[in-house]
Design a protein around this ligand. Structure first.
Ligand SMILES: Cc1cc2nc3c(=O)[nH]c(=O)nc-3n(C[C@H](O)[C@H](O)[C@H](O)COP(=O)(O)OP(=O)(O)OC[C@H]3O[C@@H](n4cnc5c(N)ncnc54)[C@H](O)[C@@H]3O)c2cc1C
Length: 383
């Protein structure tokens, strides 16, 4: 067991952190305020190899590991969690295309995904199917050399601004085996979008319904060329997505701890710096301890995925649940240390609280993480 980063991993982490500090952090409050999706800045990450991170280099990806990916997401989220979380979703789609696409699909689509010429979205959730994603009702009916898609996807990150939609739809009967996956391009007739949802946080990326009404895609848009495999793709994509969303809670937690520590030296109360109050020192100590525990769990889950450990899904669920919970608690405590100023937009703490709240809900709610973990345990896995 080794607990230190390799030289290459340290370099990757430094590159991502420098980008976060220079290109994301200075604008994050403005993007939130204006609900601006900074696609140009997002596209800059492709040049750094962060658009198809763990896609093999033999097919046009960066050929890095899941652990490298988690380090990148953690570092980017230090600058802006809403942007890093979108980049995580794009990477999930790129990976699914690389892993499950036919050689022709990979050849045609990967260069555009890895360069971010195409930004992508992941369309699983529906108005009536969230946690219970198997209940999805969008249909894809084969007609000659086309599939016709009908249905509505809910809460789709990036939708309306992105180019490539990885859509899950029912080609067969009820249950997971009736679900297939399709690539739907933005300009496909019959594809439209709902209004940008007004959200508590994550305002630097749009969230919209994706509506398919008699939306015709060619048969070669069926991912992998076979029907009935979509749900498996969706779940395996989410294992990695959960690690990344957990990682996207760690960077902001580290940022909030840095800010809170600095503030404790600036702010005086009762004739002393806040840093002199032991209760606040202990609060900071607990925040840093929880952050470190979250890091260990996320890195461990990523490493398990890299080694194809059969327990990887469980570690991923544990890491997501824990890191997103402690991440939220840490930024909320950092707000508290800032007192009334923490509640003001200028200090950036209230934005982090709003942004990180949704990490406990999406990519599987933290209740669903407990369902995944307890299922594994009850089926005989050792704790
Ligand atoms: C900002 C945002 C962006 C999103 N982006 C995407 C995206 O890009 N693509 C995509 O496909 N989806 C996306 N989602 C959807 C997200 O994954 C779902 O919201 C999430 O899976 C929960 O589904 P739901 O909202 O329908 O809640 P529900 O499934 O209705 O759950 C409601 C509550 O019941 C609890 N619950 C449900 N079932 C159980 C159970 N068996 N045991 C215990 N508790 C349970 C849940 O934990 C939750 O607290 C996004 C959501 C948001 C808010």
């Amino acid at each position: 067991m080794q607990f230190s980063l390799t030289e290459e991993q340290s370099a990757i982490q430094e590159t991502a952190l420098a980008f976060a500090k220079e290109r994301l952090a200075p604008h994050t409050l403005e993007w939130d305020e204006k609900a601006h999706f900074p696609v140009d800045v997002i596209r800059e990450t492709a040049a750094l190899g962060m658009a198809a991170i763990y896609v093999p280099d033999t097919i046009g990806g960066s050929g890095l590991s899941r652990l490298d990916g988690a380090l990148i997401m953690e570092a980017l989220s230090y600058g802006c969690p809403a942007v890093s979380a979108y980049i995580s979703i794009h990477n999930m789609v790129a990976w699914m295309v690389g892993k499950y696409g036919t050689p022709e699909q990979v050849k045609a689509w990967m260069p555009k995904l890895a360069s971010m010429e195409w930004l992508s979205s992941y369309g699983l959730t529906e108005p009536g199917a969230g946690s219970d994603a198997v209940a999805l009702k969008t249909t894809a009916r084969k007609q000659g050399d086309h599939y016709v898609l009908d249905g509505t996807k809910q809460f789709i990150s990036g939708a309306g601004a992105t180019d490539f939609y990885f859509i899950f739809a029912r080609t067969g009967g009820e249950g997971a085996d009736g679900i297939s996956a399709f690539a739907v391009m933005k300009d496909t007739p019959g594809l439209s979008f709902g209004p940008n949802e007004k959200k508590m946080g994550w305002n630097a990326q749009p969230t919209r319904q994706v509506i398919m009404d008699n939306c015709r895609v060619p048969v070669n848009a069926l991912i992998g060329g076979f029907e009935g495999r979509g749900f498996r793709f969706a779940m395996s994509g989410l294992d990695g997505g959960r690690i990344n969303i957990g990682a996207c809670s760690l960077g902001p937690a580290a940022f909030a701890i840095d800010k809170a520590r600095d503030y404790m030296f600036e702010r005086k109360a009762f004739g002393k710096n806040l840093a002199e109050f032991q209760v606040l020192q202990f609060k900071l100590a607990d925040m840093a301890t929880n952050l470190e525990a979250g890091r260990m769990m996320i890195y461990r889950a990523a490493d398990a995925m890299d080694r194809a450990d059969p327990q990887a899904s469980m570690y991923s669920a544990m890491g997501k649940r824990f890191a997103t919970d402690v991440g939220f608690e840490i930024v909320n405590e950092a707000l508290q240390i800032h007192g009334g100023y923490g509640y003001l937009k200028d200090y950036g703490m209230e934005k982090l609280v709003r942004d990180l709240r949704v990490h406990q809900i999406l990519e599987g709610t933290n209740e669903i993480m407990r369902v995944v973990i307890s299922r594994k345990l009850l089926s005989g896995n050792r704790g």
